[in-house]
Design a binder for this molecule. Structure first.
Ligand code: HEM
Length: 495
């Protein structure tokens, strides 16, 4: 049966115009009762959803139990939903398990759209922006130099750098939040990472998502679910302890994120808009920054080296560009316009391997439309960023690693990238992430030549493993120090 949407829905969308939107977009047939559970259980889900788009077009519907999911696979339809009609699609699916992992929906990433969520997101965003201007560059530079020492310590041995990248990215976030930096061997750091990673992977597992789609299953024993609850308790214990310790400190830094959020919470108590933020909002915002900001950046760095091993001439081009422009000094974030080849490398890795390949699911807050199709309230929207970045109608040779595509035609292609999402739910850490990607990559490629280090010097597998974060499979690399050490100069202060 045909349904019509609200007036806001019929107003927009390519093919929308004056026409009434059609029904829900068609999609692959599913199993009776279980729907498309087999499609959704695929190992490399982003690649599978991208293949389905070749047959069913850029917008199609999947079902799972009682949930309807609409998958968006091109940049046009993703921008239509997330940017143009952001107010229709800024929600998050509200679920039984989601509420348990997000402090009852008090997190920025999983919290549904509400006045309270807006105030929380604005507070964290403003704090991060302020911090980015004042201290972020120095903080990333420090971690990049620590990483340099670690790599020199490997003495030309073939090593897997994944964990070192995680420690570097994690130290940026833990310094930013509660001014704490960890050694790689720190037991607490291992615990923090293991519980955050376990929560992400357990929560994404079919055993747990089935509890949201099929409520009757909640009455049966479920070991992965019991483990998830234990890991959430462990996470809350570690983060809670840190916030408590931070509150008791005499020497709280004026511009640490935690003190700024604490101030914001105090101010919200007497605010006129009636929104009251609580310690749970602070706690969950800290979790957001740690989860959002550790594995993503670390995975991206591993992808970058993996692609560079496949095309070593790009490594040489970036190195030569830095030698020409920087004359021996280390780069600053403000050097970006002077280092276009490095910028193109960063964009191309973000395109080929957007580390959050399916973003985070959105929810339609009201009846609306996408590409002329009717999208009823509460439909779950999956932005397939990986699919949009491999769309052959937008990117020539979409599977090839060609940073030069961003240098051709004035480099305007970066506008077609959606690695950080868009609209009301745009990645909250984009500025932090961009600073890290730029400085970590520049420092690494300035100081080292990376060579394949696998058995028989094999090259890394580029397909990767997709869960919430898209990661490259483990590989080894040899970091050979560049002969520049004598020229080391610390750059001039940022303009
Ligand atoms: C959300 C990408 C690094 C914090 C997201 C989303 C994407 C994304 C695609 C989902 C947007 C949506 O729902 O439509 C990335 C990439 C990163 C990165 C590619 C690095 C290469 C970071 C960092 C932080 C961070 C460093 C923290 C400092 C967050 C948070 C959200 C988010 C809190 C939830 C925003 C919301 O729901 O309003 N990110 N991210 N991310 N990211 Fe990132």
């Amino acid at each position: 049966s045909r349904r019509t949407a609200s007036s806001s829905a019929s107003a927009g969308g390519p093919g929308g115009g004056h026409f009434l939107p059609r029904g829900l977009p068609p999609g692959p047939r599913g199993l009776p009762f279980l729907g498309n559970i087999l499609d959704l259980g695929q190992d490399h889900l982003p690649a599978h959803l991208t293949q389905l788009a070749r047959r069913h077009g850029p917008v199609y519907t999947l079902t799972c139990g009682s949930s309807t999911l609409v998958v968006l696979n091109s940049s046009d339809v993703i921008k239509e939903a997330l940017v143009k009609k952001w107010s229709d699609f800024a929600g998050r699916p509200v679920s039984y398990t989601g509420s348990l992992v997000s402090g009852g929906g008090c997190s920025v990433s999983l919290g549904d759209y509400s006045e309270e969520w807006r105030v929380q997101r604005r507070l964290v965003h403003q704090t991060l922006q302020r911090y980015s201007h004042s201290r972020l560059q120095a903080l990333v530079e420090r971690q990049a130099l620590v990483l340099r020492e670690v790599l020199i310590g490997y003495n030309g041995r073939a090593v897997d750098l994944a964990e070192d990248f995680t420690v570097a990215a994690s130290n940026v976030i833990t310094t930013l939040t509660f001014e704490k930096e960890y050694e790689k061997e720190s037991e607490e750091l291992q615990q923090l990472h293991s519980c955050l990673n376990n929560i992400v992977s357990l929560w994404g597992s079919p055993w747990i998502s089935a509890l949201d789609s099929f409520p009757l299953l909640r009455k049966l024993p479920n070991r992965p679910f019991s483990r998830l609850l234990k890991e959430v308790a462990r996470r809350d214990d570690i983060i809670g302890r840190h916030i408590k310790e931070y509150k008791l400190r005499d020497n709280q830094s004026e511009d640490s994120i935690t003190s700024s959020l604490l101030k914001g919470i105090e101010q919200s108590i007497g605010s006129e808009d009636g929104v009251r933020l609580t310690d749970t909002h602070l706690h969950m915002a800290t979790v957001d920054l740690l989860i959002g900001g550790t594995e993503t950046t670390a995975a991206w760095l591993s992808w970058t080296l993996a692609f560079l091993l496949h095309r070593p001439q790009v490594q040489t081009q970036v190195y030569e560009e830095m030698c020409g422009v920087l004359e021996g000094r280390y780069p600053q974030y403000s050097d970006r316009p002077r280092l276009p080849v490095l910028g193109a490398l960063i964009s191309e890795v973000l395109r080929l391997r957007p580390v959050a390949p399916l973003a985070v699911p959105h929810r339609a807050l009201r009846d609306s439309s996408i590409a002329g199709y009717f999208i009823p309230k509460d439909t779950v929207i999956i932005p397939n960023l990986f699919g949009a970045h491999h769309d052959p109608s937008v990117w020539s040779e979409p599977h090839s690693f060609r940073p030069e595509r961003f240098l051709e035609g004035g480099g305007g292609r970066a506008r077609d990238l959606l690695a950080f999402g868009g609209g009301a739910r745009l990645c909250l850490g984009e500025t932090v992430a961009r600073t890290e990607l730029f400085l970590f990559t520049a420092y690494l490629l300035r100081d080292f030549l990376f060579l394949p280090g696998g058995e028989g010097a094999g090259l890394p597998d580029l397909e990767g493993e997709a869960s919430v974060v898209l990661k490259v499979k483990s590989y080894k690399v040899i970091a050979v120090p560049r002969p520049l050490e004598a020229d080391l100069v610390v750059g001039p202060p940022d303009q």
